[in-house]
Ligand binder design. Structure first.
Ligand code: HEC
Length: 143
């Protein structure tokens, strides 16, 4: 029932012409897109570390740089505190804004520490990154 309502209101947004671009770039939608991009880039590195895809130093390094760019944009994208019912963001983000930004910086710091020169290095440096996702989600994302 709830899901039905969500998709109904989303389709209404996309039906009213002219609002499409705005809807795609604001608030929850922008946050959700950012996080989904972060997940899909991160999974390239995770699958490489698990040898589900072949180790490739240049792909690993370019993925790391893409992740750094995405991470750097997080504070700006999260400034918009719009909270539709389908959002998993907690109001605590905007009540503890500096802490939220510092968790985002921890994430960047961990990404800077990823070593992409060998498979062994990649493996051993990736765990730190996963920990920073979890530490932010634990406090600021609904479970
Ligand atoms: C600084 C805080 C922070 C960090 C770091 C962070 N996230 Fe998130 N993430 C959030 C918040 C808050 C939400 C909920 C956003 C919403 O629903 O409005 C979220 C949502 C998500 C979602 C759901 C997106 C959707 O709407 O479908 C995924 C997937 C995700 N994060 C993956 C990751 C991964 C993987 C990492 C690390 C590589 C990561 N996140 C790092 C705060 C963070």
């Amino acid at each position: 029932m709830l899901k039905g309502l969500v998709s109904l209101s989303l389709s209404l947004v996309f039906l009213s012409s002219g609002t499409i671009v705005l809807a795609a770039e604001s608030g929850y939608v922008a946050r959700s897109n950012l996080m989904q991009n972060i997940r899909s880039e991160f999974s390239v590195l995770a699958r490489m570390a698990q040898e589900k895809i072949q180790f490739d130093e240049s792909l690993a390094e370019s993925t790391r740089l893409t992740l750094l760019n995405l991470a750097a944009s997080a504070p700006t994208i999260f400034e918009d505190n719009e909270l539709p019912i389908n959002s998993e963001a907690l109001p605590a983000i905007w009540e503890n804004w500096e802490d939220f930004v510092s968790k985002s910086e921890d994430f960047e710091f961990a990404l800077e520490g990823i070593e992409t020169s060998t498979l062994i290095d990649l493996r051993s440096s990736l765990g730190n990154v996963g920990a920073t996702c979890g530490s932010c989600h634990q406090k600021y994302r609904m479970k």
